[in-house]
Design a protein around this ligand. Sequence first.
Ligand code: TYD
Ligand code: MG
Length: 452
Amino acid sequence: MAKPKTQFVCQNCGTVHNRWAGKCEGCGEWNTIVEEDPMGGIGSGPGKVPKKGRAVTLTTLSGETEEAPRVQTGISELDRATGGGFVRGSVVLVGGDPGIGKSTLLMQAAAALSRRKQRIIYVSGEEAVAQVRLRAQRLGAADTDVLLAAETNVEDILATISEGKRPDLVIIDSIQTLWSDTADSAPGTVTQVRTGVQAMIRFAKQTGAAMVLVGHVTKEGQIAGPRVVEHMVDAVLYFEGDRGHHYRVLRTVKNRFGPTDEIGVFEMSDRGLREVTNPSELFLGERNAKSPGAAVFAGMEGTRPVLVEVQALVAPTSLGTPRRAVVGWDSSRLAMILAVLEAHCGVRLGQHDVYLNVAGGYRISEPAADMAIASALVSSLADTPLPPDCVFFGEISLSGAVRPVSQTAQRLKEAEKLGFAGAMLPATSAELPKGGNARWTKIEDLPDLVSR
Ligand code: TYD
Ligand code: MG
């Protein structure tokens, strides 16, 4: 049987289908399937002679590379997120919503590296060179030797960045604008993006240059999301934040050369992004300790403690089905805590709307926040503020028991440093440090917490 000429690829998740369908079975999205050329960009076709490769044993390689060689920007929040700087010969994907500040961050990184005598090429497919220069001027980076190029064709980009001395770092902004002559599909489709990214990865591996790819995340799936290239690159960082707030968090979700779960925190200003070395102070800056429904969660981001306020509002509902609205936290986790409160503590919220918000546009992913959330909910329902100088952490199980969490000592140390004189934490916590004047209150289970 002859090979099918085309295939149907979901632009959201990359699943390949045999025929067109309205809904992708891979991710459940609608209208995301597009017809593409299956061999697009992969160097196949008639006349290609296979080349014999070389296999080496691991032992002969030992000693060749001790540590991955890195290019450090000196912007410590960025270096922290990458695990100590960009690794030569590796490819990092920086994803995020359009307009969140990716180009700004990378222009600042490029300028910082250029000042450290590194050769940096910034390839912009979205803005003209003059526009990029204007941005650089606003960021105070116009006096650096960053090389700018405005290209979108993959072959042209490769020719541009191969010219002259080998670059230390190449920034491609963004992968959605890449298109290659070798792929038949329209620009912006999965095949085009994948082909472009493959070519860039090949360049990085061959030349030893570090490569940063920018990718927009779109929910609609109109443009191929960076999710389809996540597995191809060495590290994936997401730049997140809330449009209404001026904090931005650079989060590591994958890193072949360093730890994940690390974050870098930045504050936006008219002159670009500023590093925030103590994020807790920033997140607690707007706190009103006397209002009911607010609890401070002592969280961890990788190796760093982060204190952040969670706010709950519980109000009688006027609708048949009460509303549950969550910002910055998992809504199914909220449903679970509500169920545990109802089943084990007799706290009935079936006739109440519940709103939950994490202050500062921040996102919590740790289950350790359960106890802070439960406390905020109960506090709002009872219309009684929680003790203002107390932090909360601990995971709640379905049985209502409070489970211990990791890194108790670091959480408590940070809380004490920021002037919190108390903490409510799991009774089974190990390694409790001696709190100078601070009181650590051990909580057995959720009814124990509610009765306090
Ligand atoms: P931009 O870096 O272009 O976002 P992205 O590349 O992710 O689409 O930033 C979007 C806008 O925000 C741009 O008009 C500049 C502005 N901005 C600031 O004024 N200060 C800042 O610190 C940042 C990050 C952005
Ligand atoms: Mg941009």
